[in-house]
Design a protein around this ligand. Structure first.
Ligand SMILES: [Zn+2]
Length: 191
């Protein structure tokens, strides 16, 4: 009698275990979906302006800048990463090109060549190594002699980095806010 009861209990436990396992897998999948892998080749730009000054934030999958999305551990990968960052640095005045009559000066405030999607969960090196979707983030400041608000800004990310096929631009000025898109190699947005 006791044996039979145990066997039945064991079977119930097994079923509960199985349900929990599936539940976890399902939950985990939903979590990774919610975290959202970025869309490859689709970059984001955010421009905030106040009078004649402003800030620009740029982010894209690191594959579009240096060809891969994992943490660069091998010297060859580190070289590819650094070459990609240098290409961004040396071409930035062609990539983010204000109307010359405004006399704007753009300065880099920060480039983070590898931001992993696991960053918000864990900052451990292990988590970064395991990341499958690395991003590059860059921040810039600009100051112009004349206010750039209302002017046209030429953006040519796709010209220097051909994997970037689309750029979503968010613009926040003192009088208007807008979302604009640049498709292909280059295009203008209205500030
Ligand atoms: Zn990715």
């Amino acid at each position: 009698m006791i044996k039979k009861w145990r066997a039945q209990n064991l079977r119930i436990l097994k079923v509960i275990n199985l349900i929990m396992c599936f539940g976890f897998i399902f939950f985990f999948q939903r979590m990774t979906f919610a975290a959202g892998p970025h869309s490859h080749g689709s970059a984001k730009l955010s421009i905030v302006m106040e009078k004649n000054k402003g800030t620009i934030e740029f982010s894209v999958d690191s594959g579009a800048i240096y060809g891969f999305e994992h943490m660069a551990l091998k010297p060859a990968d580190q070289k590819r990463r650094d070459d990609g960052v240098n290409r961004l640095r040396t071409n930035i005045s062609k990539i983010i090109d204000f109307d010359p009559s405004l006399k704007c000066i753009l300065t880099e405030s920060k480039i983070d060549a590898f931001v992993s999607e696991n960053d918000h969960k864990s900052k451990s090196v292990n988590a970064k190594r395991q990341a499958t979707h690395g991003e590059l983030k860059a921040e810039y400041n600009f100051v112009c002699e004349k206010s750039p608000q209302g002017s046209k800004l030429n953006l040519a990310f796709g010209k220097i980095f051909p994997s970037i096929h689309d750029l979503d631009v968010q613009i926040i000025g003192e009088e208007r806010q807008s979302k604009q898109e640049v498709e292909g190699k280059e295009g203008k947005v209205q500030l």
